[in-house]
Design a protein around this ligand. Structure first.
Ligand SMILES: [Zn+2]
Length: 358
């Protein structure tokens, strides 16, 4: 995700890594690079890494920074940001870095609906056999490995088993569940964790010049995924969309059973999956806030611009119904990821929505 790429000077803990947060992973990767430069050269970078974590948490940004460090012709242990290689990486033109993303049957990049296809694995194998153009390594970033079909995975496995000299393959995926165990076992696995609110807030202020108030709101709403917050910055409609979703939610909470079921039916029929998940996420954040307020933790809420309404609903609803709804919401989200019956799942959800006095 190039949207979260940063100028090198902005990172406080690792000045030369264009990454916010994930310090332990940066240290680990830098350690591998430094070891690779030692005299023994025995414990240098591995030939395959798997970066796990939710969407927009910073996996691809970290992979890009690692690739930059591998390819950098400076001291070879960190991305210097100055050399020809680093400049080629920043402009997205490094000949030894290859990004592989899910595509449609027509070959269009489509991260939400596309697949990693066998011909892409063939291209990786072909390119991996070539010598690097600029330096010592050839780096392949395979994004959304959970969208690989079996033929892609099986084909790639051969290269993971016997990688050509100087090849480093970095896979990113949401979780282990959707990957072949044989793929996982051949990779060094790094599981990225959500950024704490304070770090996300500081990153938004330092890296993107966001005002304190807006940084606070986005840092709390993003659930530790800086990429999500950054995307909101470039999207003026996003703020309106969030408020629209909340108002719709409040209306539904005061609506009749029939109105709720009508909404469930329309949502199941018309909405793209991604929109549906965005809505469910906004709902989850909202009810978590109400629950926090009910438990005297108003300071920990995410929707900091809606304090008064959160407080009002916290007082008007039984805590048990809010807690039960949060459980249902989690369950329904899980179902929807393994698409069962969307309509049925939405019916259950809407009927369990806490009931606000009309
Ligand atoms: Zn460099």
């Amino acid at each position: 995700m190039s949207g979260t790429q940063l100028p090198a000077e902005h990172h406080p803990a690792h000045p030369s890594w264009p990454v916010f947060g994930h310090e332990w992973a940066v240290e680990y990767l830098q350690g591998a690079l430094e070891a690779g430069h030692g005299e023994a050269r025995r414990r240098g970078p591995r030939h395959a890494y798997l970066f796990l974590g939710p969407a927009q948490i910073g996996k691809s940004t970290l992979v890009r920074a690692f690739a930059q460090a591998l390819l950098c012709t400076g001291d070879g242990t960190r991305p210097c940001g100055q050399c020809r290689s680093c400049r080629l990486m920043s402009s997205g033109n490094h000949p030894d870095f290859r990004l592989v993303q899910p595509v449609t049957t027509g070959g269009e990049i489509d991260r939400a609906g596309g697949m990693l296809r066998v011909e892409q694995a063939s291209a990786v194998i072909h390119d991996a056999a070539l010598s690097p153009v600029e330096g010592r390594y050839r780096v392949f970033a395979i994004q959304d490995a959970h969208r690989a079909n079996d033929s892609f995975s099986n084909k790639l496995l051969k290269t993971l088993e016997e990688p050509p000299e100087g090849v480093v393959i970095c896979l990113t995926a949401a979780d282990r569940g959707s990957l072949l165990p044989t793929i996982i076992s051949r990779c060094e696995v790094l599981e990225l964790r959500p950024l704490p609110v304070a770090k996300a807030k500081a990153a938004l202020a330092a890296g993107w010049g966001v005002t304190a108030e807006r940084a606070e709101l986005l840092a709390r709403l993003c659930n530790g995924r800086l990429g999500w917050a950054v995307r909101q910055l470039g999207d003026e409609a996003a703020e309106t969309q969030r408020l629209d979703m909340l108002q719709e939610l409040w209306r539904l909470a005061a609506a009749s059973r029939v109105e709720r079921l009508d909404f469930a039916s329309a949502a199941a029929a018309q909405r793209e999956n991604q929109q549906l998940f965005a809505m469910l996420e906004a709902w989850g954040t909202w009810w978590r806030d109400v629950f926090l307020a009910q438990n005297g933790c108003l300071d920990a809420i995410s929707n900091v611009d809606q304090r008064a309404e959160i407080d009002r609903q916290a007082g008007a609803l039984p805590e048990a119904s809010v807690r039960r709804f949060l459980d249902t919401l989690q369950r329904v989200e899980r179902y929807l990821h393994h698409t069962v019956n969307t309509r049925l799942a939405m019916d259950v959800l809407l009927l369990e929505l806490p009931r606000l006095p009309a």
